[in-house]
Design a protein around this ligand. Structure first.
Ligand code: ATP
Ligand code: MG
Length: 441
């Protein structure tokens, strides 16, 4: 992409109400624009990152055996009356009436609707288990929308739902999601820690939240230090033994403040005790027949008798992750994207647009990096060098190739690694070779 043809409305000033780094940088880097409280337009740069995160979430869901579908954002109040949640949900639910005075709502979550879909089609135990998910916008009329996309009112969530005959089978699906989450966050460049959690309005008895540690997190967390550094399971058989992987995490102490047990925490060796703040980027629940029972979602069991379905639900805050990743990866100059979600792989900075030599060298780099799949963003604008450097650091692409007439006279360009800050002069051919190794995976 040539910057001169892109839409990147970078801001010079930091908007006053943006108090945390991710909110500030997302606004300044032209990733999003606020439309009203907690509701944002995703501008091209932000949208590209959101889509990359979504794609990784999807791939890992699919690997774990979850099946993608899509439910609507607008739901009928009737389903929520069946489970008693229409009254119970409170002011966070955006209630609407259509032209025929039918009560509708903008879905804050989808347990009720998926249970209705399930009961419409699945009648026999032979059609179990099922593990379904979608990636869809949610609306929650949060009391205090803040921190940009971290606590929005409209936000993108991946939500999966499992249906099983027994609690034991359900735990198998729960473990699938548990392990898939570990792999998902690792690919996003995050150290996310599973913590015992309260089940809240969704209800149920087994639940974990996944948190990334950050000073600006809204939750207080207590955990065993080793948990933070554990390697993700990686490529594993999701039909194999997942319990040992789950146990290796859950045997180490970790809890959010609601579930925190000070006595148990005291048993963690002093030098391994970590109390910090965290951002919730995912939440998984096992809740048995909480919804299937009131909604009459039963199947015929092996003995011919109707049995209620055991369910779980599994959320990931896809849009919150955009902010969460920035909280984990930034410095005073801007964002430092992990390669897996960077909006572009390499930035090319032309220090003298209009100069034949630099233009030709940049065009050549741009063409070769594009073919390589490094997805370059070429700053071909006429701005001063300082403006270009600042902008490129702000948007945080993993690599920058800086091209000026002085270097070119010696046959070199400068390559900067945004994360380490290391700069190296090298020929264009060597640059291509180095970056092609970087983008080989
Ligand atoms: P929180 O405690 O942060 O309000 P929650 O427990 O109500 O979140 P869940 O119902 O567990 O949220 O939703 C699944 C995931 O969706 C959360 O882990 C979080 O990452 C994301 N999420 C929830 N609310 C918001 C929001 N207002 N804005 C952005 N993401 C959200
Ligand atoms: Mg939650």
């Amino acid at each position: 992409m040539r910057l001169s043809r892109y839409f990147l409305p970078v801001l010079k000033e930091t908007p006053a109400d943006a108090t945390i780094a991710s909110h500030r940088y997302m606004l300044r880097a032209g990733m999003m624009k606020q439309n009203s409280a907690g509701i944002y337009t995703w501008l091209p740069l932000g949208f590209k990152v959101l889509k990359k995160i979504e794609a990784i979430v999807r791939e890992e869901q699919n690997k774990a055996g979850a099946v993608e579908m899509l439910m609507p954002t607008i739901q009928s109040a009737d389903l929520w009356r069946e489970t008693g949640r229409y009254e119970a949900y409170g002011p966070e639910m955006l209630r609407i009436t259509d032209r025929s005075d039918r009560e509708m709502l903008y879905g804050p979550t989808n347990e009720d609707m998926i249970t209705d879909v399930f009961r419409s089609f699945v009648k026999s135990y032979k059609d179990l288990p099922q593990l379904l998910y979608h990636i869809q916008w949610k609306f929650r009329d949060e009391r205090r929308p803040r921190f940009g996309v971290m606590r929005g009112r409209e936000f993108l969530m991946k939500d999966a739902y499992s249906f099983d005959l027994s609690q034991e089978d359900s735990v198998r699906n729960y473990n699938r999601m548990f392990v898939a989450y570990l792999n998902t966050y690792a690919r996003l460049g995050l150290k996310a820690v599973p913590m015992r959690a309260d089940t809240g309005p969704i209800g149920g008895d087994l639940s974990h939240e996944f948190l990334i540690l950050a000073e600006t997190g809204e939750s207080e967390v207590f955990c065993h230090k080793d948990l933070v550094e554990m390697a993700p399971p990686g490529n594993i058989d999701y039909d194999g033994d997942l319990q040992s992987i789950v146990n290796s995490r859950t045997s180490l102490y970790a809890a959010t403040d609601e579930m925190h047990d000070a006595n148990a925490f005291a048993n963690v060796p002093k030098d391994k005790q970590l109390s910090a703040r965290g951002i919730e980027v995912g939440h998984i629940f096992y809740f048995g027949d909480k919804y299937s029972k009131p909604m009459g979602a039963t199947v015929m069991g092996p003995d011919g008798k109707d049995v209620p379905i055991m369910m779980g639900s599994y959320g990931i805050g896809v849009s919150r992750l955009v902010g969460g990743i920035i909280e984990a990866h930034h410095d005073a100059d801007g964002i430092i994207w992990p390669k897996s979600v960077a909006p572009f792989g390499v930035g090319i900075i032309n220090l003298k647009t209009g100069d034949d030599l630099t233009d030709t060298a940049c065009d050549d780099l741009y063409r070769r990096l594009s073919i390589m799949g490094a997805d370059p963003l070429y700053d071909d604008k006429a701005d001063r060098g300082g403006v270009k450097f600042g902008r490129m650091d702000l948007i945080g692409l993993p690599f920058q190739v800086i091209v000026g007439p002085r270097g070119l006279k010696n046959g070199v360009v400068e390559v900067k690694n945004r994360s380490t800050g290391a700069r190296q002069e090298m020929s264009i051919d060597a640059t291509i070779e180095m970056l092609s190794a970087e983008f080989a995976e």
